[in-house]
Write a new protein. Structure first.
Lengths: 338, 380
């Protein structure tokens, strides 16, 4: 062990010995990339199949606080990118991870984040094969920002696209909505809300693999920023048809509903990190539910609505017996005055 | 969620709706000759659309959406003054979240923040007070905004700042009151309102008697209402029943929350800290007599208008409204949001032109969010 500092200083970004020590001790000793060159060199049998497609995605992660009940920024950075691959029907294989670290960040915090990335990657069956670190001055970042890119393989014949959705297809979610968003709100502490909520943060590769193997999934999205409402609106637009959801069928925890009531927020717009919505032809709905429920992350799978003929918009049958439009979010949700 | 879901029970709603249908018929109200009921509060407008009550109630009832949304009635000039204060060096400007997006003549607070002003969202004026304690070298200004619901908490924070001897905390006071604009609406020669649904949370503070003049002097019924769909349906039924029976009274549907005489501690704090301004500017409605509150001289040290010499403290004011904006007509009930030529065209939640599209509680924003797009499209 040559890394003696408790906190990251600008010298850890200077390109010299301090940087080498930080990378070796905190990052590569855990991720164990096979290549010591400047690039990962990859091959996989799934790629040899005729008609197989490479899937490639990237995402940056910023979250305050960086550690929260149910996860941390590292776990989100792995799950989020794995999920971006998985919802396209790809088997996630490799990730890159780039860290922008604020001067003064505790090295112990970095170690915890890296450990949770490693654990999550192992669980999801992906390898973190290449990476980068940069250190920026105090105030130029908020502790740590992470960018992960992911590569996966879509098997031949699998083609998930929102424009494949047809009227009559059913919409299925894998579990409760809004837990992550409500957890982060409570964890920020300025609302003085206490709850037992945990982030739903989870990698969904295995869930998608089980579902796609069992039934012809038309399309899938993960309901991250902007919540389930934004995911459904995107899909309605791409599909050119209406989507109607049923308020009474939405899986929402009482704590999430309560948090939203107090703050004047709509749970349909709360972020999720382990929730997806997929469409399957109605005749495959039961098989899809069974396949999803056979996987841990799909235990709570349930039908929330259906695609319909009509102008591309999302509507909701309210539990009260009315109907309303569920629009895209404008800007971000702001708590109301009264 | 106990105490919430009971008030959203569809079976109970059916019974109330049947009763509403019956009384509407007895009154003889029709689509062509409807009864006009104003829900004063933006929270009620929001609930009406969220639960589709406008479509569940008979066509003989027309809801007119009142001025009870503090963000909506905030004039552009006051937003400009917020930006002016926020952009001063050494100032931390604190505000409730939904005031961030309100356009001023040049920019909103959100844009000012992007331009470098230190603007922070808080959930209570007490959070602003805490910021002042932790930043003794900064001037912390709280954007005091809202009706009688938020006025007491600002008053309490000013009292607390005075007790603590803080010198770096002040309030930019835009607190307004509900009864005065209602009087202004009732004095409007175009007025066609038949009854009111009153904001329950305002009465939780001030009680029901400040509305006595509505029944006594203008002969109109008013029912102070809760915010869940069953509360609203029951209140509408109570208004209709008064109309049918030829009565004009102040009734309290929200008795589980609203005491007849309000909350004496809150009222005492309000009276200790504030006095009436001679008049205050409302977006879309102009200056309304005695409708705004000013921080009393005894707490002058905490009045941002005095501290920075702006706003009403700076002298006569010019009222500016964007061209083509019909918010005034909508707010007085002369025009439906969808009848405004700008609705959905020059004015959307993304690019609000008028006040009523700005806040999520504004009537136009509610129309848009919960079905306005449908209304704005040609009928099939």
């Amino acid at each position: 062990m040559t890394l003696r500092d408790d906190k990251v200083t600008l010298s850890h970004g200077g390109g010299g010995k301090a940087m080498r020590d930080l990378i070796a001790e905190v990052f590569t000793s855990v991720f164990e990339p096979t290549s010591r060159e400047d690039q990962a060199r990859l091959t996989h049998e799934a790629l040899l199949e005729t008609g197989a497609q490479l899937a490639f995605t990237t995402d940056s992660y910023v979250v305050t606080p960086v550690e929260f009940p149910g996860g941390d920024i590292g776990k989100i950075a792995v799950c989020g990118t794995v999920n971006d691959l998985a919802v396209g029907g790809a088997k996630p294989l490799w990730l890159s991870a780039a860290f922008i670290i604020e001067e003064g960040t505790e090295i112990a915090l970095l170690r915890r984040i890296v450990a949770s990335m490693k654990a999550e990657a192992d669980k999801a069956g992906v390898k973190i094969v290449t990476g980068d670190t940069k250190v920026v001055g105090r105030g130029s970042a908020d502790k740590v920002f992470i960018t992960t890119s992911g590569v996966g393989v879509i098997p031949a014949g699998r083609d998930l696209r929102a424009d494949m959705i047809q009227a009559g297809d059913v919409a299925i979610v894998n579990g409760v909505l809004g837990d992550h968003g409500a957890t982060i709100l409570a964890a920020r502490g300025d609302m003085m809300l206490s709850s037992d909520l945990k982030s739903d943060c989870a990698a969904l590769g295995h869930l998608m693999e089980a579902t796609c193997t069992a039934v012809p999934v038309r399309a899938c999205r993960d309901a991250t920023r902007g919540g389930i409402a934004s995911a459904l609106n995107e899909m309605a637009e791409a599909a050119g048809c209406a989507i109607e959801i049923d308020e009474a069928a939405l899986p929402l925890r009482a704590e999430v509903k309560g948090t939203c009531e107090i703050l004047g927020l709509d749970p349909l717009y709360l972020a999720n990190e382990g929730t997806l919505v997929l469409f399957v032809p109605a005749e495959h709905a039961d098989a899809a539910l069974a396949a999803m429920r056979s996987v841990d992350t799909g235990k709570g799978a349930t039908i929330i609505g259906q695609a319909k003929e009509g102008a591309p918009m999302v509507t909701m049958r309210t539990a009260f017996g009315g109907s309303r439009i569920v629009d895209m979010l404008v800007g971000e949700q702001l708590p109301r005055i009264c | 969620m106990r105490y919430v879901e009971e008030f959203r029970d569809p079976t109970a709603a059916k019974a109330l709706l049947a009763e509403i249908e019956k009384v509407t018929k007895q009154i003889g109200a029709t689509k062509e000759k409807p009864v006009h009921i104003m829900e004063i509060c933006g929270g009620h407008t929001h609930a009406i659309f969220r639960y589709g009550l406008d479509r569940l109630t008979p066509e003989g009832i027309e809801f007119i959406h009142g001025p009870g949304c503090p963000v909506c009635v905030l004039p552009m000039s006051r937003v400009d003054e917020c930006v002016q204060i926020a952009e001063k060096p050494n100032v931390i400007f604190t505000t409730f979240g939904d005031a961030m997006r309100v356009p001023g003549t040049k920019k909103s607070l959100l844009q000012a923040k992007a331009d470098g002003a230190d603007i922070r969202m808080v959930y209570s004026p007490l959070d602003a007070l805490e910021l002042a304690r932790r930043n003794p070298d900064k001037e912390v200004v709280f954007f005091g905004l809202g009706f009688e619901t938020t006025t007491p908490s600002t008053a309490l924070s000013i009292q607390q700042a005075a007790r603590d001897g803080l010198t770096n905390f002040s309030v930019f006071c835009n607190h307004i009151t509900v009864p005065e604009p209602i009087k202004a609406l009732l004095d409007d020669p175009y007025m066609m309102l038949d009854g009111f649904v009153g904001p329950g949370h305002v009465s939780m503070v001030i009680g029901v008697h400040p509305y006595d003049f509505i029944a006594r002097d203008y002969g109109k019924p008013i029912v102070v209402a809760g915010f869940e769909p069953l509360d609203l349906l029951q209140s509408v039924l109570m208004v209709l029943t008064q109309i049918r029976d030829g009565r004009a009274e102040v009734e309290n549907q929200y008795a589980r929350i609203v005491p007849e005489h309000g909350n004496p501690i809150s009222i005492a704090a309000i009276n200790d800290v504030y006095e009436r301004r001679p008049s205050f500017e409302w977006r879309g409605l102009g200056e309304i007599d005695a409708s705004g509150l000013k921080i009393r001289d005894s707490y002058k040290a905490f009045d941002a208008e005095e501290k920075f010499g702006i706003g009403y403290a700076a002298g006569p004011r010019v009222v500016q409204e964007p061209d083509g904006c019909e918010c005034g007509a909508v707010m007085t009930g002369r025009m439906k949001p969808t009848a405004c030529p700008q609705f959905g065209k020059g004015c959307t939640p993304e690019m609000p032109l008028g006040a009523l599209m700005v806040s999520s509680e504004g009537a136009c924003a509610a129309y848009w969010q919960y079905g306005g797009r449908r209304a704005a499209e040609p009928a099939e």
